[in-house]
Design a protein around this ligand. Sequence first.
Ligand code: B12
Ligand code: SF4
Ligand code: SF4
Length: 240
Amino acid sequence: MNSPTRRPDPVFAELDACGLNLQAVFDVRQLPDDVRKTLPADTQERYRQLLLIGNLGPAFWQHATANGLRGEHPLDTFTRARVVAWLDRHFPGVRHEWLYPGEHPVGLQSLGRLAGWHRPSPFMVGVNEAWGSWFAYRAALLADTGLAHTEPLAGASPCERCVDRPCVAACPPRALNDGFDLAACSGWRLAPGSSCRDRCLARIACPVGVGHRYDSAQIAYHYGRSLATLAGKVFQKGIP
Ligand code: B12
Ligand code: SF4
Ligand code: SF4
């Protein structure tokens, strides 16, 4: 699938082919100050570009799980291997530095907003008028590459003209009624027999981009990980 964020560009074909089908390329000198100040101090001397890579829809999961899920962070491991192979092929030996997955905290939704992928939703996962909420950020790295910079994806927030707001009504503890109430959401998710242990009913109720919805195994995997994080059973830096 070609990314809707750009005209088809053969340079990203290998990433598209494994479901890492969203790519944005930023000029590090043009990043706003609030993003730039979160980057390593020597970023501008060492790197020309920041690459943001995501997945839209279920293809990434299908590729990443084709041989089973192994290790502690199987999706991150898959992503790293594919991105490294892609870099080696197109930019052998290029200087680069991983921000995510990695130890360097970076606000992925802020970067997604700059790319035009992210619009805020009542349930805090980004929505996009073409794809709904069925996308995630898989990699962010600084690189001394000379790729064409991508234009931000145009489009309005689907929530602005959503009158019924079915996501809000679908949330059992009414955690979305007056802004996002993380304590109410978390409390409900952790309750015995909760209907949100392995899914977010609000997210599923959103009618936008249903054609890109993850399958139930992928939804259960992601929400199982975030539930474990909430329960304090695992400690992770990065994607829950
Ligand atoms: C901490 C975190 C959580 C915490 C949130 C607690 C909190 N209030 O801090 C918990 C564990 C609850 C969580 C859960 C989930 N998360 Co989360 N989370 C993050 C993480 C690691 C950091 C967010 C952050 O604090 N950034 C720092 C600030 C400064 O960055 P920012 O962009 O400026 O701020 C935004 C976020 O903080 C966000 N935010 C604020 N509060 C909350 C609360 C929740 C629940 C979420 C999802 C976002 C969110 O809104 C801000 C403005 O846009 C990001 C990854 C990242 N590195 O960005 C993922 C991220 C936000 N999570 C994501 C997802 C998908 C989820 C889950 C759906 C599980 C999953 N992995 O599928 C669940 C859903 C929530 C639920 N109902 O249970 C995605 C969102 C993708 C998207 N398309 O927008 C991200 C971007 C990870 C990724 N790699 O794609 N998450
Ligand atoms: S159901 Fe409506 S308000 Fe809720 S996320 Fe979807 S478009 Fe936005
Ligand atoms: S996970 Fe459940 S409780 Fe939390 S926002 Fe979604 S529907 Fe509401």
